[in-house]
Design a protein around this ligand. Structure first.
Ligand code: GUN
Length: 299
């Protein structure tokens, strides 16, 4: 079989950010609104610090207002909850993102529950996860988690209509696996959620025309687990020891093997990663418009 098409998430994300910048300009012109996104970072996780820097830069590049709160690693629950209450009330802020993971002393679920669901641009609040699961639309449309939203955009761009396709999601996290499965179900796929304890995982994966790898284990999904011609979305970002003591990034899929079998595949880096931040910006525009009661653009 010919080599798989490489789905260029970096280019897709750049084009999406271009559409977002246009929409932000139009919203400013028409309604005098500047969408504002705040990122809250607790502690000094190096990977999180890189994400937060990239988010701030890209937020400003599309013409939105960027706010940041960096709190020390020993911040208490009450202090963080008080900050969220303040941000919920601030009219300059339309989107709130609390970077995960949070330090051990903080109850993550309680923090997510404290965010105003209308400003929950991560789509992690139970109101948003519930609306995604129960098919909320119009005034009760959910905000959708950014990573699975980015995966879905790339899938639809590559495949068109997904109706009836067998899809396997490997991974059951709240951030990716579960919302990804809900999104694919909404597109009328036949969805299987698999995970590290699934019996005969390779055979389950071989049933997939759409395979989403979101387990966080470097190159776990091998070439012979992939159905010939399948579309493979690799959500993994794993740093491993490379040659000469250097580290390098790999996904959850053994890309070298997969490329001669899959029909299309996202690379790591440059696949899903850049789409996540672009979708966060899109969600912030959506949230701003819904809060103001003006029509939200479609991305
Ligand atoms: N940590 C890793 N991914 C994410 C994400 O999408 N949102 C937040 N808030 N934290 C994360």
């Amino acid at each position: 079989m010919a080599d798989a098409k490489i789905i260029d998430g970096k280019a897709f994300a750049a084009a999406l950010r271009g559409r977002i910048a246009t929409a932000v300009g139009e919203i400013k012109q028409a309604h005098g609104l500047t969408p504002g996104l705040v990122v809250v970072l607790v502690g000094e996780n190096p990977a999180s610090q890189v994400y937060v820097r990239n988010k701030a830069r890209q937020t400003e590049e599309v013409g939105m207002a960027s706010f940041e709160h960096k709190l020390p690693a020993d911040t208490g629950q009450d202090e963080l909850m008080a900050l969220i209450a303040k941000l919920n009330k601030d009219p300059a802020i339309n989107g709130i993102l609390v970077q995960l993971p949070l330090p051990k002393q903080i109850d993550e679920q309680a923090v997510i529950a404290a965010i105003d669901p209308a400003k929950d641009v991560d789509g992690f609040h139970v109101i948003n996860t519930g609306r995604l699961a129960t098919g909320g639309s119009g005034a009760s449309a959910p905000l959708i988690p950014c990573t699975p939203l980015g995966c879905l955009m790339m899938l639809k761009d590559h495949l068109g209509d997904l109706t009836g396709m067998p899809a396997v999601v490997v991974g059951r996290s709240n951030i990716v696996g579960k919302p990804m499965a809900q999104l694919l179900l909404r597109e009328h796929c036949t969805v299987t959620i698999a995970h590290s304890r699934t019996r005969d995982l390779p055979a389950v994966c071989r049933g997939a025309e759409i395979l989403i790898a979101a387990v966080g284990r470097p190159e776990m999904i091998r070439g012979d687990w992939i159905r010939p011609g399948a579309t493979v979305i690799d959500v993994g970002i794993n740093r491993i020891e490379g040659e000469g003591g250097k580290t390098r990034l790999v996904g959850d899929v053994a890309t070298g093997e997969a490329r001669s079998i899959a029909g299309a595949i996202t690379p790591v880096p440059g696949g899903v990663g850049p789409m996540t931040i672009a979708c966060l910006l899109a969600n912030t525009v959506t949230a701003t418009c819904r809060q103001a009661g003006v029509p939200a653009p479609e991305f």
